[in-house]
Design a protein around this ligand. Structure first.
Ligand code: ZN
Length: 80
């Protein structure tokens, strides 16, 4: 069983589909039982998606990304 620390460390590879199958399954099992890591991965996925979208646009400032990340964090904190 993975710890929360393991899952947060692996989460970006998990989202990039870089983990070996067994590790990936372990992460999925952990996410199924652990709401905190589930929220973390959900938030990370949203952030990665937003940053990916922004990269396609002409001008991206750090400030814009910061604002979006803050907004996402506020949004996530409303979840029980
Ligand atoms: Zn966890």
């Amino acid at each position: 069983m993975l710890s929360c620390k393991d899952v947060t460390e692996k989460s970006s590879d998990y989202l990039d589909h870089k983990l070996p199958l067994l590790t990936r399954l372990s992460v999925r099992v952990h996410l199924f039982v652990c709401v905190r890591c589930r929220t973390y991965v959900k938030q990370l996925r949203a952030t990665v998606a937003s940053v990916g979208l922004l990269r396609n646009q002409a001008s991206v400032s750090e400030e814009v990304v910061e604002t979006m990340v803050t907004a996402l964090q506020k949004d996530t904190s409303k979840d029980p």
